[in-house]
Design a protein around this ligand. Sequence first.
Ligand code: BGC
Length: 745
Amino acid sequence: MPKTVQELLDALTVEEKASLTSGADFWTTKAIERLGISSVMLTDGPHGLRKQAGAADHLGINDSVPATCFPPAVALGSTFDAELAERMGQAIGTEAAIEDVAVVLGPGINIKRSPLCGRNFEYVSEDPIVAGHIGAALVRGIESVGVGTSLKHFAANNQETDRMRVSADIDPRPLHEIYLRAFEHIVTETQPWTVMCSYNRINGVYASQDPWLLTDTLRTAWGFEGLVVSDWGAVSDRVAALAAGLDLEMPYSGGAADAAVVAAVADGSLSSEALDLAVTRIVQLVAKAAQRPAVAGPLDVDAHHALAREVAGRSIVLLKNDGLLPLAPDTSVAVIGEFARSPRFQGGGSSHINPTRVDSVLDALVAVCGDRARFAPGFAFDGSDGETLRSEAVELAAQQDVVVLCVGLPDADESEGFDRTHINLPVGQLELIDAVRKANPNVVVVLSNGSVVALPFRDHIPAIAETWLLGQAGGSATVDVLTGAVNPSGRLTETIPLRLEDTASYGNFPGAVGHVRYGEGIHVGYRWYDNRGFDVAYPFGHGLSYTEFSYGRASVNTDANGDLIVTVPLTNTGDRDGREVVQVYTALDNSVVERAPRELKAFASVAVAAGQSREATITVRRKDLAYWDVRADAFVVEGGEYRLEVGASSRDIRSTTTIAVTGDELHLPLTMESSFGEVLAHPVAGPVVQASLETLAGAGGGLLTDEAMSALLGSFPIGRLINFPGVDIEAGQIEALIKMANSTA
Ligand code: BGC
């Protein structure tokens, strides 16, 4: 048997190599037994294991082996806690290892560009720093037990509408600063085993066939060493895909593409090196999987359920609380809403997990309150019997002290595969909220939804808890928070707008005739609302606790790497232990480029005991200060006085400090198209030109004293000064200046 990759490559026929570059079936790679290459299984993901034992599909239709359904990314992200995400990842990895799965297809880290995206529940945030940190933690956790991950969907897969064809048309700055940033963070920090390329096109080119994306960016610029697998069915031309940097097409696509690869190598249109590279990465993946340390089953169902409950409790975002929560002991509770009995705890599609058990809010409340908790469904998911169910619920509400009203989006309203067209709760549920609060004002609204919904009732309801889709232990976790057994600490990773019309991509989502234009540029999520000065229902980063935190004065230093070390004293002024999510935003006034008023750069979830103080230390990485410079085609840190805003949400800044940051040196060569202003700013050419201008001014030229004239000249391309009436300058002089400047700088 061959021992090294090279020996394997020498021993494989071209036909065998071509066949290795697609799956054997839905979930496994091909084996070549004569050479000892075994087959490995890749399966969903991301918030639990979906291993299909029987009929396979990628839409979550057929049942899979029971596995713990942990909170989907929408919830996990709200913890803002990388350490917790890593623990959850480790548990998912362990379940995968027990089931002999080599790669879990996740995490999904695409940016929530619009609340309408049907798959937002599978994604972490509207902000790339949050998505990057939480995603990296999941990768570290899963891979810590020797199971691989697949970072997906690379890239710019921000909608479901026409997802297999649409071109995401994005300018370079938003592409790099918003849509690629989290991928870059995770790839450079964790080197995941695999990256999954997305279905869509980016600026006209299919992700699966894009050499700029898969090779220049992912491998050359970021140093990715693992394997690129296609999303299921994303490849339409495997030869082009292999040439671009894809390694494995999934699932099995019939033999035609294998034959096309063999023919392309034969006629030279695909280099044998490109095919060998893909095969190398596939056999390396198989080898890595073979090294996984043994994990003894069976799955510890109880321990993993307990972890799912812990994460779920930490994911809940208490949006509003006029003092109704936590529920007072001995309160009688009207539990209203079908969601209380039939929880919606995960989203539809390929991530659909067959849970080991499911907790409901109703059962969990009854367990705590006994017969002080009484239930009325209030509505049916299919909208039937509206009036009868509503009046029963209103009657019950009037009899109890407090109402826990569980509303949300039914399965049919959001899923992988389609986008929403509005952000409203079903009309029947809105009517129910109204009717119930009139019967009993002490209402806690508990929301179950995979992405934000409009909350037109929020001023009339004393307490609102956003519980997202919480995974299989969500029911008991919700009751942990309602009763105060868990002090809420979740924060919004996506802004809750007042209206869909206020959202950044409104009018540009989901596009038409094969294209979606990312017209809002860098102003995604809170960046948009802040830039426009729009009011929102609840801002990015918001979330309440049952205790209060006061912030001292933030201070900042630079470490040897140029990273900014921010410290802030934090005091828990209440009488309950709690967690504060400290957020650090930066701003740079008078920047050379357009910027959002503030951008999140770092965060930390900090536990502080009741009455205690602690200093939170948070690192803002220098590289995260960078903007994408379209002239240099690179990230550049601009020099200047940065404002660091430290706070409890994007609109609750508690302490501000500043620091002078030295910028990266930008060497942009001068050309005939360089403006007069750019020449003046150039370290070598500038002083030369300045000196001759001063001579002119001394001779009565007046150029420097005339402000209007210098403003006008400032944007004048120097090449066009030649032969300009009244300017006595020759091409040779400018060429000499440019040459001198470019050779010295
Ligand atoms: C989804 C992926 C998933 C794959 C396999 C695709 O439809 O986009 O996220 O991993 O199917 O189920």
